[in-house]
Structures are given as structure tokens and as C-alpha cells.
Design a protein around this ligand. Structure first.
Ligand SMILES: CC(C)(COP(=O)(O)OP(=O)(O)OC[C@H]1O[C@@H](n2cnc3c(N)ncnc32)[C@H](O)[C@@H]1OP(=O)(O)O)[C@@H](O)C(=O)NCCC(=O)NCCS
Length: 389
């Protein structure tokens, strides 16, 4: 176990000897999928800079890269797109299940349950062989976006839209969400969101997926658990909280007062701080730029302007930069995505990262079983119930 002492504070010292609260800085396994360099603010997927991928790549290509380790040739990408496109259609049982849910069910709860249900009707769900798990990785990456779109439309009492074969992943996702042809700008924006959220090392949901699959259970169980972990406000739920904050503030001139109030209450600023980055989150600038562009195009710069003002005042106040969730809130709002669906959009992308880690874990498996530093009572004698006071 390696404790992160880079900030001059040994986290182990805060708890019992050897205990690292939250496992911060602990190296839990070798991984060749993603480098997150927290002090330099660098993010690489399989060695490729997130900046290059954001500018030049597509989500399909990134998913292939994460699963296989290299960027695909044109032919490999074509061959990868076929199952990705074919597997995007939901089985009737999953559609019926989603239709049976009350519209009040939180979207991430619906998604978590839909993935679990999909596993019940997949005859290959238990196949953890390298080929079998790879096929499941593609299937789940294909289906989660369709599930998210279905959850969104059913809640609005609208009909489900089928994925269109041979269309790009981001085009299909926007089309299934909106029910009309997306503009090239909307497709590009969605593709960027998907690329930036696809992978991020041993974050809570990915680590959860690895812990689960390391017991040699099935891939659906691991992805179901990962969705449950992503749902939390300290992880994927932060972008929803960011938009709620912006809506609560209401206008640029009220940002400063909100920040003073929150600081006085010792409250948290959602969308700021990061467990790994001590400098800028390298994904944030791409979303900031996109948010500014969408705001201008829609002639509604309020959400972008408020975000910029918050960033300007919060960063020096708490000494933490904004993270990926901060500008993703206004970007998704500009795309017409309701705020309680934001974390589902994150899941539709991150499922590719979860699956890459599931494949890596299965390829060199060891059950993940840390120990607790016991702080309970010493041995006590058992007293029968009638004699207890
Ligand atoms: C992401 C997060 C959970 C990382 O937590 P962490 O690893 O404990 O972060 P740090 O060690 O840098 O935090 C140390 C202290 O800095 C302060 N701090 C960190 N982020 C803060 C924020 N967004 N607002 C106010 N204070 C913050 C807190 O005092 C924190 O101590 P606490 O966790 O006991 O309250 C945390 O920064 C946070 O809660 N951010 C808001 C939620 C969010 O945006 N999550 C999405 C992450 S991509």
C-alpha cells in the first residue's frame, strides 16, 4: 500500500495506523487504460491525450481504444460499429420493464434497474470468457444510451425512438432523445460529452465495477453496481447539483452573494474540487468552450456567464478548480437535456470505461478484499437476554 503524501499530509495519520481514509492515493492494481496525472492536470486514454481525442476523435473510436488498447484502423472501426449499432436496440422485455415504471422513479434508478433486467434476458450474460466479456462490453455500451433515451421519452409520455443503423453513436443518441434529426452542432456537442466522460481511472464507480467483477460474477452485475455508485452526489450526481445551484442563483449579479452565503454555512460548491486533480481538470476547458459557443448560438449566454462568474470567485475562495461536472451542466442544459438526466448521460459514456476495466480485471483477476482497522470493543462475554440490564 502506498499512501499519498504529496501534499505534505499523510492521510494515514488521520486514522489508525496504515488506514488511508477513502483509499486516497492507494495503488490498488496495475492498469494500462488511463493515466490521470493529478499534479500536472493530464489525462491520457491508452496514451492518447484527452485534448487530441476531444478535438479529432469520436465516441466509437474512443470506446474501441479503451477496450482494445489501440486506435482502430478504418476497417476495424467499421467492424466495431456493426455490433455497436445492432446491439443498440432494446429487447421487448427491457422496453416493457421501463414502461412499467412510475414516471417518478429517478432516471438513474430506472437505468440501474434496466441494466439488471437486460441481464436476465441475455442468454450470454454469464459468459466471462475474453470473447464473451468483450461482446458484453460492446452490448452494454450500445444499450445504455438507448435505455437513457427511452427513460427520458417515457417520462414525457412520448414514444420510443429506434436507433438508426449506420448513423454515428452521438447522432443516434441525440435523435433518440429528441425524436427529431439533430443538428451537426448538437451531434458534435454530444460526441464531445461522451468522449470526455468515457474513462477516468479508478474513480468510485469504476472501482466498484472492478470489485464486483473480481468476484467472478457477471458483467451485468458489475455495470449495475457501477451505475449505483455513479448516481451519488459526490460522483456523477454533481452536474445535476451544479445546474440546480445556477437556477437557484438566478442571475450573474447574485453569484457573489451566493458564494458568501455558502462559505458562511461551510457548504460545498458542487462542480469544484477533485479527488485526484490538484490543478485544472483537463476536461473542463473543452466543456467551458462548448458552453460559451452554445450560449452564443442560442442567444442565451446567462448560464455560461453565471458559470464563468462562479468559477472566477469560487476558485480563489476555496483553492479548488472546477471539475468536468461544472461546465457539463450548462452544456447539457443548452442541449435541452433535463437536469435529472445529466448523470444518465454520464453513464451512457462511462459504461465504456467501466467495461474496459471489467475486461482488464478479468484478464488478470484477483478478488479485491481490503482489511478494516478494527476500532470496536475488545472481546466481551455473552450475557443471555434475560440477564441483560
Ligand atoms: C470531488 C470531491 C468529493 C473530492 O473530495 P476529496 O478527495 O475529499 O477532496 P479534497 O481532499 O481536496 O478536499 C479537502 C477539503 O477541501 C474542501 N473542499 C473540497 N471540495 C470542495 C468544494 N467543492 N466546495 C467546498 N469545499 C471543498 C473541503 O473542506 C474538503 O474537506 P471535506 O471533504 O471534509 O469537506 C470534493 O472536492 C467535492 O465534494 N466536490 C464537490 C462535488 C463534485 O463536484 N463532485 C464531482 C467530482 S468529478
Amino acid at each position: 500500500m502506498t499512501a499519498d503524501v504529496s501534499n505534505g499530509k499523510d492521510p494515514a495519520a488521520e486514522k489508525g495506523p496504515g488506514v488511508v481514509k477513502g483509499l486516497k492515493g492507494v495503488l490498488a492494481a496495475d492498469s494500462s487504460i488511463c493515466l490521470v496525472d493529478g499534479s500536472a492536470g493530464v489525462l491520457l486514454y491508452r496514451g492518447y491525450s484527452i485534448d487530441d481525442l476531444a478535438e479529432h476523435s469520436s465516441f466509437e473510436e474512443v470506446a474501441y481504444l479503451l477496450f482494445k488498447g489501440d486506435l482502430p484502423t478504418a476497417q476495424e472501426l467499421d467492424e466495431f460499429d456493426n455490433p455497436l449499432s445492432r446491439d443498440a436496440t432494446l429487447t421487448p422485455q427491457v422496453r416493457d420493464f421501463l414502461k412499467s415504471l412510475p414516471t417518478s422513479v429517478p432516471p438513474m434508478t430506472a437505468l440501474r434497474s434496466a441494466v439488471s433486467v437486460a441481464g436476465c434476458y441475455d442468454p450470454h450474460a454469464e459468459d466471462n470468457s475474453p470473447d464473451g466479456a468483450y461482446r458484453l462490453a460492446i452490448r452494454l455500451t450500445a444499450k445504455v444510451a438507448t435505455m437513457v433515451a427511452a427513460i427520458h421519452r417515457l417520462r414525457q409520455g412520448r414514444s420510443l425512438i429506434e436507433p438508426v443503423p449506420d448513423k454515428p453513436f452521438a447522432w443516434n443518441f441525440m435523435h433518440m432523445l429528441k425524436g427529431s434529426e439533430p443538428t451537426p452542432d448538437e451531434v458534435k456537442a454530444m460526441d464531445l460529452i461522451l468522449i470526455l466522460h468515457a474513462e477516468h481511472g479508478f474513480n468510485a464507480s469504476t472501482f466498484a465495477a472492478r470489485v464486483i467483477v473480481a468476484t467472478l460474477t457477471d458483467v451485468y452485475s458489475a455495470v449495475t453496481g457501477a451505475i449505483g455508485a455513479l448516481k451519488g452526489a459526490l460522483h456523477g450526481g454533481a452536474n445535476t447539483a451544479v445546474l440546480e445551484t445556477l437556477q437557484q442563483i438566478g442571475s450573474v449579479d447574485k453569484v457573489a452573494a451566493y458564494i458568501d452565503e455558502t462559505r458562511a454555512k461551510k457548504g460545498k460548491f458542487m462542480g469544484f474540487g477533485h479527488a485526484v486533480y490538484q490543478t485544472e481538470d483537463p476536461r473542463a476547458k473543452h466543456l467551458k468552450h462548448l458552453s460559451g459557443r452554445l450560449g452564443k448560438e442560442q442567444d442565451e449566454t446567462k448560464w455560461y456567464d453565471m458559470s464563468v462568474e462562479m468559477e472566477r470567485l469560487v476558485v480563489p475562495a476555496i483553492g479548488k478548480n472546477c471539475n468536468v461536472d461544472f461546465y457539463s451542466a450548462s452544456v447539457q442544459h443548452y442541449l435541452g437535456i433535463p437536469k435529472d438526466l445529466f448523470t444518465c448521460i454520464f453513464a451512457a459514456s462511462r459504461v465504456s470505461g467501466w467495461c474496459a476495466h471489467i475486461l482488464e480485471q478479468l484478464a488478470d483477476n484477483k478478488i479485491i478484499r481490503p482489511s478494516a482497522h478494527y476500532v470496536g470493543p475488545e472481546h466481551r462475554n455473552y450475557v443471555p437476554v434475560e440477564k441483560r440490564k
